[in-house]
Design a protein around this ligand. Structure first.
Ligand code: MN
Length: 256
């Protein structure tokens, strides 16, 4: 459990230090605690996954008191925040987001938003990733996430979960008042990359652009996708242990 009023909260994201979703999450965090720190990427890092920068040095730019930008990935930001900037007093809670767009199904494996929460979890700190689902070409409904984020964080903070688990929250693409409750869900499936746009650039060179279209697999009852589509907030606990136990048992028989 986290006593939010006394908690040191670290806020990060993958959309970068200037993103409206970060501002929204920072505002919510400051309404919950007076000890809020923001360490976020200088530029957008969406789909950077759990990437760690090892080949170039990282620069930390102080923007204001307890507010920093890093020229790296979300993982770099959380690592530097916890191991360097907040080394004297580690945060009690890591919040990542609010991402512009859902992190549902396999998005989780590409997501920098979820990776920031993963990094917090790996460093022993409870972490929550938050994303606002949206429709391509339409405005992101920040008010929906902003309206419901504090309540979700409060309820999650009043409970405990294992140390290698992080929480992935997705807000539906409906107005705040039309949110139809909260569902605790499993990870669904809607693989990206079905649609590739091929063309020729202005200098005559061919390119391939990965599109946003996804083929949704409906064979995951109780999934994050199934909750968010009709307007529910989805809460999925994710585990950092990627071992598949049943296959491990089978393979032990094969390789004994
Ligand atoms: Mn993003």
């Amino acid at each position: 459990m986290v006593d939010l009023k006394r908690a040191r909260i670290l806020v990060s994201n993958d959309d970068g230090i200037h993103s409206p979703g970060l501002a929204a999450l920072e505002k919510v965090a400051r309404s919950l605690s007076s000890d809020v720190w923001v360490v976020a990427p200088e530029s957008e890092q969406s789909a950077s996954g759990h990437s760690l920068t090892l080949t170039v040095p990282l620069r930390i730019r102080k923007i204001a008191a307890r507010r920093f930008a890093v020229n790296g990935t979300p993982t770099d930001c959380v690592l530097l925040a916890i191991r360097h900037l907040l080394n004297e007093q580690r945060p009690d809670l890591v919040l990542s987001g609010i991402n512009a767009g859902g992190n549902l199904g396999e998005d989780i494996t590409y997501s920098g938003t979820v990776a920031a929460a993963m990094e917090g979890t790996l460093l022993g700190i409870r972490a929550i990733a938050l994303s606002q689902a949206r429709t391509n070409g339409k405005a992101t409904r920040w008010r929906t996430a902003a309206h419901h984020t504090a309540g979700v964080i409060k309820r999650l903070s009043a409970t405990d979960w294992p140390r290698n688990v992080l929480i992935n929250v997705n807000f539906p693409d409906v107005p705040a008042k039309e949110v139809a409750g909260i569902a605790v869900t499993c990870q669904g499936r809607h693989k990206i990359g079905e649609m590739l746009t091929k063309g020729v650039d202005p200098r005559g060179n061919p390119y391939v652009w990965i599109g946003a279209e996804r083929d949704e697999d409906p064979s995951f009852p109780g999934s994050d996708l199934e909750a968010v589509h009709p307007g529910k907030i989805s809460i999925t606990p994710l585990c950092l242990d990627l071992t598949h136990d049943r296959t491990m048992t089978e393979l032990k028989k094969v390789f004994q």
